[in-house]
Every structure is written in structure tokens, then in C-alpha cells.
Design a protein around this ligand. Structure first.
Ligand code: NAD
Length: 496
């Protein structure tokens, strides 16, 4: 008997009996360590009803009181960060330091949301017409839902719920069924921080639970992060049901290295951003674009660095890279090693060699050289420890390749030429850009989001765009009568 993970509804662990459930694995051993309940449409309706009941009280809770609860929640997250990191590592497979890092980045959004009294200030114009004032107020939407991927089970939900809740909404989270435990631990911390019951809810499950949220009339907005085909589906289905929606999708992030770059810096960056978290990051670098003549030297430097990387269980302090999340995903990622060679590329480093022993979902870092844009390993988002090297003749050719790619999440340029870097950040068709920084994840007070097939909708996550997404604006025009009111006038109101 392993652990049993269930929903969190109305401020407590759900006591019902689930009709369906899924297995939770330890990716480092391949063993099943527990089960997670899958919510039915009726279970989702129960969760949404409790969130709806909690909303009016939370909406009317003062900004000062909301901020106090957020500050308490922040302290508890800091206290229990090691425990959350251990839960993530055990179910996702990433190494503990990496898991702690994602909790720390999520915490930054909580800290941003602690400033909610300032963020929710509206505008005021005095005397827009004689004795008439106009002002805007930002109000919460009601019950809002978040549907999140396996790769950041703490950080990605924290892009959403701190701001949604701070704005006065009730939030229902549907985490990934592959690593659900961190969300339940976070729910306990909210309760300990004094958040009223029903304001933060977790429903576990798969497509059935997601569809029930997308179709529920009391869910007013949907935030999604995951793969592009599902993001498109979430966007279209939510919109059809009249909901506000932001759906962040997959990625194929290119790192462009110009001949004048510091090649040791670029090689370190490519290894860190390509193989950290086994490449299961939406901001991982998966394509290295080397401008002639630096390709051979860069590949040699990366090979040197990869040779020393330690792949092993996430809870072993010596490990630098853990396993992949599931056996099926590992097999799919490994299939690109075979197809890339069949299609004419060369394996500079073959990650199928020297694997740790046992039944874990292992693949070591892989470097594919001589990749061209028509190969499957270039066209698909692989989402594993596989770095493809494409050689190009010029800066313009490299930027054209990046712009032609359907994804537009993140990209980076490595150069010492300020003019080239400036042109790149100005013209490239990608939402997040790094200059000599390989994983340009914006700080919490900026907003996270890609362009093109990496985001459906018009709001990015967190920062002021997050506040905008989780509120709607009301414009008020007010006149307090004085003795000079003008009497009956059927003409269209104009200012005077
Ligand atoms: P996924 O799309 O398979 O799943 C994401 C969520 O959608 C999960 O909660 C899952 O239960 C649900 N889901 C899956 N299939 C569904 C279906 N048919 N109908 C309704 N809901 C469904 O993604 P994943 O494998 O968990 O995560 C990896 C993907 O997420 C990668 O493509 C990665 O690039 C992307 N990602 C993007 C960002 C970003 O900011 N753009 C961040 C993190 C991850």
C-alpha cells in the first residue's frame, strides 16, 4: 500500500470514494508509490459549488486582511520548502536542489501578490464634467480554475493562484495527475495561514475533470499551462463556454551563438539550460544555433562538459540530472535518437549509453549534431535531455530559422556585439528573450508568456498581466447633486 492522494474541497481533504484513480510512480526506480483519485464531473461540481459559496465572503474581505494571509502563507512556504521539494523530487524525478529552486521561483509570485493593495488601485478623474467624477475599480471574477503540467508541480500553479486569490477570487487547481502531492501540501499551508474554506481547492484527475471545469457555468476564467495541442483545445473550449482564458503551450527554444561570443560561457549555458531538469522545462534550450565557424569548437566544449554530468536519483546529492517523468515519455524521447540518425544527423553524445542500473526512466544527456529543420528531432518538442545543433552561415540565417519555427516561448543570443543583441531582442518573434542568459524566465513582477503556438489568449502569466487577467474593470461615473442640476435633457451626454 502506497500513499493515497485525493482532492482538497471546502478546506479539507475529500472524504468521498473516487470511481477512478491513477498510479503515481517514483521515476528513479519505476515503482508505483501510490494512487491519486480522479475527479468525476460530479466531484468537480461539488468543488466548484464550495468555491462559489466561499467567493462572496472572500471578495468582501479587506485588502489589508487578504495581504496578512498572503504574508503568513509566504512564511509557511519558506518553512516547508524542503518538504515540498522532496515531494516534487519523489514524483517528478528532478534533483532536490532543482525542486527547491522551483519553489523559490513560485515564492516570488507570492511575494509580488503580497503587494495587492497597491496593485488593485484604480484610477480617479475629478470633475470630468461639471461636478461629475469618474473612476475605475478592479473587481474579482468569481471562481477561476488553473490546469497545470507535470514539469513544475509547485511553481506553475504559483504563477496563478497567489494573484488570483489576492485579487479576491476563489481558485480551483487541477494539477498534473503525474505529480499531485505538492498541490495538496500547499492546500494545507493555505488552511494554516487562515485562508477561509473553499477559497483554494484542489481537484485531481485527467481529461474528465478538466472538461468538467471548462464546461461549468460557474467557472469564470481558466488559466492553463501544458502542451500546445491541449492548450489549443483548452482555449477553444473555454472560449466556446464564454470564459476568459489564457493557455500557455509548448516550446522549442533556440540559443543563437555568434562567432564573437565567449564560447566557454555559451557551452556552460547550453549544458545547464539543455539538461537541467532532464530538459523537462518549457524554457529549456533544445536547439543550439551555431553561426559559422564556431560549431565544431562549441560541440567539442559541450561534449567535454556532458561527459562529467552525473545522472541519478533526485534525492541523491551527487546527482545533477534525474530520470524522465514516465517510462512512456522516456521511450518517446529516446525514439528521437533513432530517427535523427535515420534522417542524417549524428549523435555526438548518445544518452542511451552508461545508464544507471534498475528500472528507472533513465536517459542521459544527448547531443545531436548536424540537425536540419526538416528532421523530426527539430520539428517536434522533445521535452527531454536532448540538445540539437544546427549550423548556420550568418546571424540573419539564424534569426530567420528561429522566426520560422511555430513556437515562440523563449530564445537567447550569446554575443559580445551589443548592436547584434539589440537587433535580436528588437526583431525576434519570441515572447521571452535572453542576452547572454540562457533561460530568461521573467521575474514575478514582469509577466511570463510566449508568442505564436506557445500561447493562446492575450494575457501572459503573473506580474501586472496576471492582475489584469484575474480582475475585471468597472468604470463609474458619479454625480452628487448640488442645487445646480440641469433638469430633463434627452440629448446624448457630452462633457461641459
Ligand atoms: P499536458 O498538456 O499533457 O498536460 C497539462 C495538463 O492538461 C495536465 O493537468 C493534464 O492532466 C491535462 N490534460 C492532458 N491531456 C488532456 C486532454 N486531452 N484534455 C484535457 N486536459 C488534458 O502537458 P504535460 O505533459 O503535463 O507538460 C509538459 C508540457 O507543458 C510541455 O509541452 C511543456 O512545454 C509545457 N509547458 C509549458 C509552459 C509554458 O509556460 N509555456 C510551462 C511548463 C510546461
Amino acid at each position: 500500500m502506497g500513499k493515497h492522494v485525493t482532492h482538497w474541497i471546502n478546506g479539507k481533504s475529500w472524504s468521498g470514494r473516487a470511481e477512478r484513480s491513477g498510479d503515481i510512480f517514483n521515476p528513479a526506480t519505476g515503482a508505483v508509490t501510490g494512487t491519486v483519485d480522479f475527479a468525476s464531473a460530479a466531484d468537480v461540481a461539488e468543488a466548484v459549488a464550495s468555491a462559489k459559496a466561499a467567493f462572496p465572503g472572500w471578495r468582501d474581505t479587506s485588502l489589508a486582511q487578504r495581504a496578512k494571509i498572503l504574508f503568513r502563507f509566504r512564511e509557511l512556504l519558506v518553512r516547508d520548502s524542503p518538504e515540498i521539494a522532496a515531494l516534487i523530487s519523489a514524483e517528478h524525478g528532478k534533483v532536490l536542489s532543482d525542486a527547491a529552486g522551483e519553489v523559490a521561483r513560485g515564492l516570488e509570485v507570492v511575494e509580488f501578490a503580497c503587494g495587492i493593495p497597491h496593485l488593485l488601485k484604480g484610477g480617479f478623474s475629478e470633475n470630468v464634467s461639471s461636478k461629475v467624477d469618474a473612476y475605475s475599480i478592479h473587481q474579482p471574477l468569481g471562481v477561476v480554475a488553473g490546469i497545470t503540467p507535470f514539469n513544475f508541480p509547485a511553481m506553475v500553479p504559483m504563477w496563478m493562484f497567489p494573484i488570483a486569490i489576492a485579487c479576491g477570487n476563489a481558485f480551483v487547481l487541477k494539477p498534473s495527475e503525474k505529480d499531485p502531492s505538492a498541490a495538496l501540501k500547499i492546500a494545507e499551508l493555505w488552511a494554516e495561514a487562515g485562508l477561509p474554506e473553499g477559497v483554494f481547492t484542489v481537484v485531481n484527475g485527467d481529461k474528465t475533470a478538466v472538461d468538467a471545469l471548462l464546461e461549468h457555468p460557474d467557472v469564470k476564467a481558466v488559466s492553463f499551462v501544458g502542451s500546445t495541442p491541449i492548450a489549443r483545445y483548452i482555449y477553444e473550449t473555454s472560449a466556446r463556454h464564454g470564459k476568459r482564458v489564457q493557455a500557455l503551450g509548448g516550446a522549442k527554444n533556440h540559443m543563437l551563438v555568434l562567432p564573437d561570443a565567449d564560447l566557454d560561457l555559451a557551452a556552460d549555458a547550453a549544458v545547464n539550460a539543455g539538461f537541467g531538469s532532464a530538459g523537462e522545462r518549457c524554457m529549456a534550450v533544445s536547439v543550439l544555433v551555431a553561426v559559422d565557424p564556431v560549431g565544431d569548437e562549441l560541440v567539442a566544449k559541450i561534449k567535454d562538459r556532458v561527459a562529467g554530468l552525473v545522472t541519478g536519483p533526485g534525492d541523491d546529492p551527487a546527482s545533477e540530472m534525474g530520470p524522465l517523468v514516465t517510462r512512456q515519455h522516456r521511450d518517446k524521447v529516446a525514439s528521437y535518437l533513432t530517427s535523427s540518425v535515420e534522417q542524417g544527423a549524428a549523435l555526438a553524445v548518445d544518452g542511451r549509453e552508461g545508464l544507471p542500473s534498475g528500472d528507472g526512466f533513465w536517459l542521459r544527456p544527448t547531443l545531436i549534431d548536424g540537425v536540419t529543420a526538416d528532421m523530426d528531432c527539430y520539428r517536434d518538442e522533445i521535452f527531454g535531455p536532448v540538445l540539437s545543433v544546427v549550423r548556420v552561415g550568418s546571424f540573419d540565417e539564424g534569426m530567420a530559422l528561429i522566426d520560422a519555427n511555430p513556437y515562440g516561448n523563449g530564445t537567447a543570443i550569446f554575443t559580445n556585439d551589443g548592436g547584434a543583441a539589440r537587433r535580436f531582442q528588437n526583431e525576434v518573434e519570441v515572447g521571452m528573450v535572453g542576452v547572454n542568459v540562457p533561460i530568461p524566465v521573467p521575474m514575478a513582477y514582469y509577466s511570463f508568456g510566449g508568442w505564436k503556438a506557445s500561447l493562446f489568449g492575450d494575457s501572459h502569466a503573473h506580474g501586472t498581466e496576471g492582475v489584469h487577467f484575474y480582475t475585471r474593470t468597472k468604470a463609474v461615473t458619479a454625480r452628487w447633486l448640488d442645487p445646480s442640476h440641469g433638469g430633463v435633457n434627452l440629448g446624448f451626454p457630452t462633457n461641459g
